[in-house]
Design a binder for this molecule. Structure first.
Ligand code: SF4
Length: 407
């Protein structure tokens, strides 16, 4: 009874004075006990319910690593970068394909960038693939060619991993804790949601990051850091989900302020929604007399640099889509075309914008194509289009074109 009163009092203090869990975690012995509680409850739950099958978290022979045992930082690093903005079930086949194409760091260093983009094709955010390639060269300079298969020779410092292009604190923490079983915290979307609910944060996670990092750092188990971080991610994926948290089967139920005092679904608090702009894009499919199609390669320093695409661009407000295609082709390639019939029209969404693409066949009238706004032009037989890395929106065009040509 006394214990119940004591913890009720602590909860009330929390509510009334808005003392944060991070402060309590640091300064209150009663709640320090609950850090151990949270760790034990979560790790017990993980032993039974965790995703112990994730291939990059296993040893080369497929077995689960022992406590403190190091596993391949290469395989974990690739997976963690793939997981930025992408779910595990989508990443697994890409990761397997990648590991069979570039089984070691040295294979990656020596790989051709076009081949890397082809392996990445379909996952989007292509700059991540290029940054992995850049990072591979920095890593091999640090580790040395002959040492790459020994995880003990890989860097373990957070600052080193965060200095690599495209690696933030969460990705670096996940690589270090997973590969080396070291107590480095993580704060991905799942963990932000769980922690925001545990402390019933009144701020959206983006505005509360400092505090959430501090809590993640305080909570991580020093004995089983790899399992603890994975347990948090698994809990977020299977129990503390966005729309339907399964609090009745949650191991952290009694440590969770939003469950005890509020409705967990009201947490985390949301940011103001931004309206996503829609851009109208006109695209031209230009054939030559041999039936080959003109494609161009984006400039290296542009978004999706190095990828191939069909010529076209953004519609101006006063134009029809046919006028857009005609103008864009003059500007991009220096040739004049007649815009013919439409192949397809569809929408494609990115996280920050939505495109409405309209694709027309074009007849080449005059001029010699030049790569004015791209790095290279190629005439290719439509059957060879799959040999080139294209952004996801263009894949739909290729598939419709193949259907059209086979009819
Ligand atoms: S009790 Fe509910 S809201 Fe709290 S951590 Fe568990 S699943 Fe999430």
């Amino acid at each position: 009874m006394l214990q119940f009163l004591a913890s009720s009092l602590l909860f009330s203090i929390f509510k009334l004075s808005k003392i944060t869990l991070s402060l309590l975690l640091n300064y209150n012995t009663k709640i320090n006990n609950s850090i151990k509680d949270i760790q034990n409850n979560l790790l017990d739950w993980f032993s039974v319910n965790g995703r112990h099958w994730i291939p990059w978290k296993l040893k080369i022979d497929g077995s689960i690593p022992k406590l403190g045992e190091k596993i391949s930082p290469y395989q974990i690093w690739i997976a963690e970068v793939m997981l930025q903005q992408t779910q595990i079930k989508v990443v697994v086949p890409y990761w397997r394909e990648w590991m069979s194409s570039f089984p070691t760091l040295l294979d990656l260093v020596n790989a051709d960038q076009q081949n890397i983009l082809l392996r990445w094709q379909g996952m989007g955010y292509y700059s991540r693939a290029k940054r992995i390639h850049q990072s591979s060269k920095l890593l091999i300079n640090t580790i040395g060619k002959t040492q790459i298969s020994d995880p003990s020779c890989w860097p373990v410092e957070l600052s080193f991993w965060m200095s690599l292009p495209g690696i933030g604190r969460n990705t670096a923490g996940s690589i270090i804790s997973s590969a080396f079983d070291l107590p480095v915290p993580i704060l991905d979307g799942n963990v932000k949601r769980i922690l925001s609910r545990l402390i019933a944060s009144t701020k959206p996670p983006l505005k509360d990051e400092k505090r959430l990092w501090s809590i993640s750092n305080n909570l991580i188990s020093k004995d089983r850091p790899r399992d603890f971080n994975q347990a948090l991610m698994d809990l977020g994926s299977k129990v503390c989900t966005i729309n339907n948290p399964l609090c009745q089967s949650c191991p952290l139920q009694k440590n969770c302020f939003s469950y005890v005092y509020y409705d967990p679904i009201d947490f985390p608090k949301k940011n103001m929604r931004k309206t996503i702009p829609i851009q109208e894009i006109g695209i031209g499919l230009i054939f030559n007399k041999k039936g080959e199609l003109l494609i161009d390669q984006r400039l290296e320093n542009s978004s999706m640099g190095g990828m191939w695409e069909f010529p076209g661009g953004k519609k101006e407000p006063h134009e029809t889509i046919q006028e857009t295609i005609k103008r864009e082709i003059v500007e991009e390639l220096g040739i004049v075309v007649n815009v013919g019939k439409q192949l397809l029209s569809f929408e494609h969404s990115y996280s920050h914008k939505k495109l409405h693409l309209t694709v027309h066949f074009c007849e080449w009238v005059s001029g010699k194509p030049k790569p004015i706004t791209s790095q290279k032009l190629l005439w290719v037989d439509p059957s060879r289009l799959c040999d080139f890395p294209f952004p996801a929106a263009n894949k739909k065009i290729i598939s419709e074109l193949h259907k059209y040509l086979s009819n």
